[in-house]
Design a binder for this molecule. Structure first.
Ligand code: ZN
Length: 268
């Protein structure tokens, strides 16, 4: 599943390939009436899990890959690996065609200032940007969510902060010694700040090439602390890692009962 660091890498890859290029008539956005043909591409950037492609008429093409979306690059005339009906975005720049398949959301955004509005309201601070506003993240979490919300859900809420996906959620909570069912209202501001600082640190360590790594010990035990390690021994305390589908959307969550003790609201 694409997390913040993946979308960041995607923007870094697509940006140089697309910047300044004119879109040919085959270029389309699913569900959008406006034609892309003849428009020139500006900046390509990521914010959290959203990818933005600027067009020269002050529009922004926003996409969110969700669980199943992916971008492909093809040579002209090359057979696509997925059916054309699954194409959410087609950007034809002549010598290559970039196709986004099965995106969760695609949208051409029109109004002036939309970028500022979107970044300010819809999405929380991007943990991949230098010096995210951590105090703002805490304010958003307290303001947007009920105190009973489990921290596992808080971490995934992109209105609070953008960039944390389901893998990092479990990893950050392990590193922060926080039980995934702990309620937001039980956590101090300092504890929350600590979790988001840790998330930013882990995400920043993964924006280069290579696999996603949250653990950097020089051994063969693996690159993740808990994610995907159900019933395996904890790499810190040797207790068995447990997992469950937790939270509003029942997302897989992994934790160590030894390193992440249950709080009052996190029994069981
Ligand atoms: Zn442990």
């Amino acid at each position: 599943m694409p997390e913040g660091d993946t979308v960041f890498k995607l923007a870094a890859y697509l940006g140089p390939a697309l910047h300044g290029r004119e879109l040919l008539p085959d270029s389309t956005v699913a569900g959008a009436r406006a034609t892309l043909a003849g428009r020139r591409i500006g900046e390509v950037f990521a914010h959290g899990k959203h990818l933005f492609i600027e067009l020269d008429d002050a529009c922004l093409l926003r996409s969110h890959l969700g669980m199943w979306g992916s971008w492909h690059a093809y040579a002209p005339g090359e057979v696509w690996l997925k059916p054309a009906r699954q194409a959410s975005i087609v950007l034809d720049i002549g010598e290559r065609v970039f196709v986004c398949f099965n995106a969760l959301q695609v949208e051409v955004m029109r109004s002036a200032g939309v970028r500022r509005r979107l970044l300010g309201k819809l999405l929380g601070p991007d943990l991949l940007q230098p010096s995210p506003r951590f105090d703002d993240i805490v304010t958003r979490a307290r303001g947007l969510l009920d105190g009973s919300t489990p921290i596992a859900d808080v971490m995934l809420d992109q209105r609070v902060a953008t960039g944390i996906g389901n893998v990092y959620k479990s990893e950050v909570l392990f590193v922060g010694a926080c039980h995934p069912r702990a309620a937001l209202g039980e956590l101090s501001d300092d504890a929350l700040l600590g979790l988001y600082r840790e998330a930013a640190r882990l995400l920043a360590g993964n924006v280069g090439r290579g696999p996603r790594i949250t653990r950097r010990a020089m051994d063969e035990a693996g690159e993740l602390w808990v994610y995907g390690r159900t019933a395996q021994p904890c790499l810190r305390c040797d207790q068995r890692i447990v997992s469950a589908r937790l939270g509003r959307r029942q997302r897989s969550t992994f934790w160590c009962p030894g390193c992440q003790p249950a709080t009052d609201s996190a029994q069981g």
